[in-house]
Design a protein around this ligand. Sequence first.
Ligand SMILES: *Cc1c(COP(=O)(O)O)cnc(C)c1O
Length: 460
Amino acid sequence: MKYMTAEPFRIKMVEPIKKTTKAYRQECLKKAQYNSFRLRAEDVYVDCITDSGTSAMSQEQWSAMMLGDESYAGSRSFYRLEASAQEIFGMPYVQPTHQGRAADYIMASIYAKPGMYAIGNMHFDTFRGNAEVMGCIPLDFCIMEGQKANQDYHPFKGNIDIPRLAKMLETEAEKVCCIIITVTCNNNGGQPVSMENIRETSKLAAQYGIPVIMDSARLAENAYFIRTREAGYENTPIKEITREMFSYVETATMSSKKDGLVNIGGLFVTRNENIYHRANQLAIVHEGFITYGGMSGRDMDALAVGLQEVTDLAYLEYRINQVKYLGDKLKEKGVPIIEPTGGHGVYVDGRKFFPQIPQHEFPSQRLVVALYEEAGVRAVEIGACAFGKKDPVTGEDIWPELETMRICVSRRVYTNNHLDVIAQALGDIYQKRDTYKGMRLVYEGPITSLRHFTAGFELL
Ligand SMILES: *Cc1c(COP(=O)(O)O)cnc(C)c1O
């Protein structure tokens, strides 16, 4: 719509954010051992560490909260959430959970089998972790274009590599317990999965009787990419697209902290009555009774409304284009980013940004520190620290392919002015990029795969 290019909302309530000096931020960094997770949020000007649980709710959601029914069993809020989820997922059975990872735990308990493979496009940490605890072996089968810090354009970098999957199943199908598709693919930048790829994966799996499941924290963002990038969906309503996506899978989990447009909660949704009953049992033990699963009635009401708002086309247009706006601004300044920009953030290529810093000196982490120091903007490293591993035999470091700084954009929270601050600051850092040196890891917790949350660094 001509001229209607600004945010499809206006601001009714504001939350002040603090402006600080560079000297103050340098102190903060020192105290936090140069780990952005350890900064105090009040010392952050623009917070882009995650898009999880950080959304701003609408007036409709806040008013729905007042109608929350806090009954232990069978509350009205549950039935409103159930109806809303059924409409989005096209599946009959809905089990709420307190967060996405709790739904992942239930899903892994049911689908991940010891000694067998769980194949995914790129497993997200919480399903991967839960599957590993079950003794299952998660394998990533994302297409080549989506695997590395690759700047070549591909519209669906979250796709599963179908030929590779077909070849593997020919010989090892009996060792595969499930195939899990994460939409959008979180770990490579919120890159979408095409409808064709979901359909093909499901068809292939059906030949071998392997269940296909979905981790769908960003289901609406994925649907919007299908609508705008895949032939045949240009005029399809978003909810029809989401329902078709889920029509190819048996069960799905969702962290409602993303496309639920709420601050907490999760969902386990299935079309299989047996699976639902098993999920109910696990929910009762770990989460809460079937009709609340660890959520309060008011939170379920806010989510029921959020699921509807997130599938609104005007919202999604704003959302995806705001992320792209940041990507375009960075490109204008020469900053190397992963393209195309995904649904929930922009990933800056740490190796290309700081070619003088070797991977074992954490170039992307160095960039996170520089960005906070320069402008009070908090991003997060997705690279050598977050995904570095140790060889189980030799104890030697294994460095990941992906070496990036992730700048997440919270939903309905920041204006493009805030994004301009990020682009300006990163552009300035890029101008003097030769002057930066790397970092040394001086503290890490006992579990390597979780070390980025608590790690401590020193500047070299
Ligand atoms: C965030 C996320 C989860 C975990 O959800 P929480 O609500 O943080 O527990 C699982 N899968 C994906 C793809 C996610 O993005």
